[in-house]
Ligand binder design. Structure first.
Ligand SMILES: Nc1nc2c(ncn2[C@@H]2O[C@H](COP(=O)(O)OP(=O)(O)OP(=O)(O)O)[C@@H](O)[C@H]2O)c(=O)[nH]1
Ligand SMILES: [Mg+2]
Length: 293
């Protein structure tokens, strides 16, 4: 990451310098840091003297720059046909866990008719994992060995409100699979795709994934494992600079609780207060303030 210091000769308030350092150490991109500096530069001295107020003002400015949205709207179903929701992402990113969290919310809390389909037949354990969860929630699951079987499987679940589809590991295979799925499902009206990205990977890696996905028309992200992130910059950079939007945040292994609808201020507060920054040696886990709103 290119680091840009404040311009020489221009003396910044010590608390603005402190905020710049905090953001730099969290690997926030310099364009964003400069916008925050400009914003704080317009704040009265009275506010700048108070570090808590500086953090608050900086967080709300950052929040206003974040792009979020695209979460599942359970109030207005788009058509009579089930809403199809695909979950993609690198292996181990949390696809199955997140799908199950959302399925539990839709079925148990919102009382919607939900079915699961998994295309992840690569590992026996993966099939077992989703079967066990579907039994606990009390919803059907269909395990498919070939993408071509998708259309039939969806047809069998056409009385449902939502069909959630789990895909298999490896990101490069996932892109191929996604292309295949999109081809098979090209006549189906309501398909939403959520791509999952771990908060722990580098911003440059995130951007590579987002670029490949945007070519497939995917712009909704779910950020997983925020509870395990040591620095907050990559998620902020992604949300401000990539053009995609963050729909959900997951911050723990507990099903179904550890997921939240992405709210800009909550995200900023959580990630700026969490993580092992250079200021505090022990990470504070972000709080799960509410379950899916
Ligand atoms: N700490 C933490 N762990 C998570 C989170 N989400 C998922 N996990 C854990 O990450 C591990 C992998 O989760 P899965 O849901 O199996 O990931 P996946 O993407 O389906 O993995 P594959 O199917 O192998 O590609 C499990 O141990 C989950 O409990 C999260 O938000 N925070
Ligand atoms: Mg899985």
């Amino acid at each position: 990451m290119k680091k840009e210091k404040s311009s020489p000769g221009l003396k910044l308030h010590p608390n603005i310098e402190k905020m710049r350092t905090k953001l730099e150490k969290n690997e926030v991109e310099s364009t964003i840091i400069n916008e925050i500096t400009e914003h704080l530069g317009k704040c009265p001295d009275e506010l700048l003297k108070n570090w808590t107020q500086v953090k608050k003002s900086s967080n709300s400015k950052l929040a206003s720059m974040l792009k979020t949205g695209g979460h599942i709207d359970t109030e207005t179903l788009k058509s009579d046909f089930p809403q199809i929701i695909l979950f993609t992402g690198a292996s181990g990113v949390g696809k199955t866990t997140t799908l199950v969290k959302i399925a539990a919310h839709l079925s148990l809390k919102k009382k919607k008719k939900v079915a699961l389909i998994t295309l992840d037949t690569f590992r026996v354990a993966a099939m077992e994992q989703i079967k066990v969860y579907s039994e606990i929630i009390g919803i059907p699951v269909n395990v498919l060995f070939k993408t071509e079987e998708l259309k039939n499987s969806i047809e069998n679940f056409k009385d449902k409100d939502y069909i959630l589809i789990d895909t298999a590991g490896c990101f490069r295979d996932n892109i191929m699979k996604l292309k295949e799925i999109k081809t098979v499902l090209k006549d189906i009206p309501a398909i939403d795709t959520f791509h999952l990205i771990s908060a722990r990977i580098r911003y440059s890696e995130m951007m590579k994934e987002v670029k490949l996905l945007s070519e497939l028309g995917v712009d909704k992200m779910i950020i997983t494992k925020l509870d395990e992130a040591f620095i907050s910059g990559p998620v902020i950079n992604l949300s401000v600079l990539s053009g995609c939007m963050i729909s959900y945040i997951t911050n723990g292994q507990s099903v179904p609780d550890d997921i939240k609808v992405a709210d800009p201020l909550n995200i900023v507060n959580d990630i700026m207060n969490a993580g092992l920054t250079y200021e505090n040696k022990t990470p504070e886990p972000p709080s799960v303030s509410k379950f899916l709103g």
